[in-house]
Each structure stands twice: as structure tokens, then as C-alpha cells.
Design a protein around this ligand. Structure first.
Ligand code: ADE
Length: 388
């Protein structure tokens, strides 16, 4: 794809990322990252390009590789002047990770912990992790430096996991299949922040949504929201489209495939391609780009999207720029925070400081032209006055 298309895509994303733009303007004036190398393993999209621009404006040398073999937008990778980009769509991400490690980064930004799992005991200033799945891994590492849990910032979680994955998962499925969602039985497996977003958006599109969940509180939450809740084996007989969003492996296996109706569509919105058991599904034939048809022993055929990889990025463009604006604003401010507090933060996982979260929300509201009230002095005193 031509470089000009990539440049246009980055410009378009930039126009929809006002929070990051205002941070970039400040970074360009203050240069807080002067002389640092930031190594990033992210999905190489137009929105990531805008983050790279922002870090570069702050003085950083940015080295970027892909967090997934199918999510690099090659036109963006070719057009991105503000970062050294390793790898193209379809390449083994491990090779790119090795290049970023070889660049000896001072700070790493991860989406799935591929860099942190290698560099966790290196003498880095710090790191930041973008995803729930990545944080599960980082929590098991013996860290020699601070890592900010960007995924747990309120501005990240609400926007990325809920609105971002909710909309972009359906977008990826629709781009690949052009299915009508209205009136269709859609089974969402997992009702965490992301599954909740997918379920709500699918319902908004007119689908009949069935939720499968192993956590009783989340299952109850889904039921209270009006979704049908049932075990996956039961849902297997009912669904027409199945979307896994659990972060766990073997969510859909031979036992489920054996009960599904002919022509069912299977998609995964989790980070890794382990949620739909590909070995159980058996070999398939590509019938449309990113749609493979898998014959089953009794003659039924099941349709798998994007080889079971994260469908919103592999079949679509991932979260919209308006969503990545929030998460990458957190990332940019996390890099600045780690730099300003170099040597002062203990090794291990840290929450994103509350004032960064609030600043991101404040900038987003400002970009939307929304103003809000603040507490009066009396109200503040009232709230702080109660004593046992
Ligand atoms: N993760 C999900 N959507 C993304 C996007 N558009 N860019 C980078 N990382 C993402």
C-alpha cells in the first residue's frame, strides 16, 4: 500500500486525537524526553503513529515493533517518520521484539508484555503496560524497575476496554463478513470490561445477545442488564455468531463446535489466539479475506475470522482514534512521569497517578467543549467533616 495512504491515515487519526495533540504541543516546547530511547511493542496503527509523533516531539528516539503478526498497518509503518519501525504485517513479531531490545531502550511501552518479559531485569528507567492480558503476565515477573499499569487508569479502562473493543470488535466482524446483526443470536463469552462493551454494542445493533461467564458476580451483572446468561455448551446450540473475550484459553473447543449450527461464525476479541481451540476446529479453507471455512466431521461448516487472532485489529483498524487518544495520552504522560521521577519509584507495578488520569479526562472534556461543575468550599467541607 502506498506510503501516501499511510501518511493520510496518520493525519486523519491525528485530527481525532486532540488530547494527544495538546500533550504533543507541550512536549515540543518542554522536551521532557530529550535523549531517551523509548522502545514500544504495540499494534502498529495510525493511532500508534500519533503516539510516536508525540514522544518524538518530547525529544525521544522511538523504536517500534508489532504486538501481533496480523495488526501492523503496512502503509502506516512505511510512512511513519518519527519512529524506527521493525516488521510488517504477517512477520513473526519475535524478530521485531529482538530489534527493539537491541536498541537498548530506557523506557518500554508494551501491549501484551512481550518486551517486559525479556527486559524485566534490565536497568531501565521504567515501563508501561497497555492491556489486561499483559498485566496478568507482568504481575508474574520479578521487575527491576517501575511499570505503570496504564490499562488500569480509569480513562483507559472505560474508553479502551468498553467503548473501544465494544465498537471495533463488531466493526472487524462486519468488515470481514458484512453480516446483519439485527435479529441474530450473538454469544459473547466473557463479561469483563471488554466483553461488557461488546455485548452492549451488539445489543445496540439489534442482536439477541447471550452471555457466558465463569465469575458469578459478572454473570449476575450481565443478567441484571437484561442479557440471557447460560453455560457455553448450551449457548453453543443457540448462537449464530460467537465472540470470545476472556483472556483465557480453550473457551470454545470440540465440545462446543460439535453443537453449533451450520455456518456459525467464530471470532476472538482477546489478545492471544488461544481462546478458540484451532486444533479442535481442524483445517479450513479461505473463502473470503480473513474468513476461513472449517468442515466438521458431520458435514457442518464453521467460519473462523482472522485465524482466531484479535479480530478488531486483524479484520478492522482497532479502537478508533478517539479512544486511543485517551490510552496513548496515558502512555505519553506515563513516559514523562517515569522520566521526571527517575530513581524515585520503587521496582514493581504502580497505578497511573490519579492526577494524570484526571488530566486526561479534563483535556478530553475540553476537546469536546464540555464544562462541568466543581464543589463549593462548603460542599468540600461537608464531605470532609464526618467523624465516627
Ligand atoms: N489496540 C486496540 N486498538 C488499537 C489501535 N487502534 N492502535 C493501537 N493499539 C490498539
Amino acid at each position: 500500500m502506498p506510503r501516501a495512504a499511510g501518511a493520510a491515515r496518520i493525519e486523519w487519526a491525528d485530527g481525532n486525537m486532540p488530547v494527544l495533540r495538546s500533550i504533543r504541543e507541550r512536549f515540543a516546547a518542554e522536551r521532557p524526553l530529550e535523549g531517551l530511547t523509548v522502545g514500544a511493542c504495540l499494534h502498529v496503527t495510525a493511532e500508534t503513529g500519533v503516539l510516536a509523533r508525540t514522544l518524538a516531539a518530547g525529544g525521544a528516539h522511538v523504536v517500534l515493533c508489532a504486538a501481533n503478526p496480523l495488526t501492523t498497518q503496512d502503509d502506516v509503518a512505511g510512512a511513519l517518520a518519527e519512529a524506527v519501525v521493525h516488521g510488517r504485517r504477517g512477520d513473526d513479531p519475535a524478530a521485531g521484539v529482538r530489534e527493539v531490545v537491541a536498541a537498548r531502550p530506557d523506557i518500554v511501552l508494551d501491549d501484551g508484555a512481550d518486551l517486559l518479559s525479556i527486559l524485566h531485569d534490565a536497568p531501565l528507567i521504567g515501563g508501561a503496560e497497555e492491556t489486561i492480558t499483559g498485566l496478568v503476565r507482568v504481575r508474574r515477573l520479578d521487575l527491576a524497575f517501575p511499570v505503570l499499569a496504564v490499562n488500569e487508569a480509569r480513562t483507559e479502562r472505560l474508553f479502551n476496554d468498553h467503548y473501544g473493543t465494544g465498537q471495533s470488535t463488531l466493526d472487524g466482524i462486519l468488515r470481514a463478513t458484512n453480516l446483519l446483526l439485527a435479529g441474530r443470536a450473538v454469544v459473547v463469552l466473557g463479561f469483563g470490561w471488554t466483553g461488557m462493551g461488546v455485548a452492549r454494542r451488539a445489543r445496540g445493533a439489534g442482536a439477541h445477545v447471550i452471555v457466558c461467564e465463569v465469575d458469578p458476580l459478572r454473570a449476575l451483572d450481565a443478567r441484571m442488564e437484561g442479557f440471557e446468561v447460560m453455560p457455553a455448551l448450551e449457548a453453543a446450540t443457540r448462537g449464530e455468531v460467537f465472540i470470545t473475550v476472556t483472556g483465557c484459553r480453550d473457551v470454545l473447543t470440540a465440545r462446543h463446535f460439535a453443537r453449533m449450527r451450520d455456518g456459525a461464525v467464530l471470532a476472538n476479541a482477546g489478545h492471544f489466539d488461544v481462546e478458540i481451540c484451532l486444533a479442535d476446529l481442524g483445517p479450513g479453507e479461505e473463502v473470503l479475506p480473513l474468513v476461513s471455512r472449517h468442515p466438521q466431521p458431520d458435514g457442518r461448516e464453521l467460519n473462523l475470522l482472522a485465524a482466531g487472532r484479535v479480530v478488531n485489529l486483524a479484520a478492522g483498524e482497532g479502537h478508533p482514534a478517539g479512544v486511543m487518544d485517551m490510552s496513548f495520552a496515558n502512555q505519553a504522560l506515563a513516559v514523562e512521569h517515569l522520566t521526571l521521577n527517575r530513581g524515585r519509584l520503587s521496582p514493581g507495578i504502580h497505578p497511573v497517578p490519579e492526577d494524570i488520569d484526571r488530566e486526561v479526562a479534563r483535556l478530553k472534556l475540553a476537546s469536546l467543549g464540555v464544562t462541568i461543575d466543581s464543589l463549593t468550599e462548603e460542599q468540600r467541607r461537608y464531605l470532609g467533616a464526618w467523624r465516627p
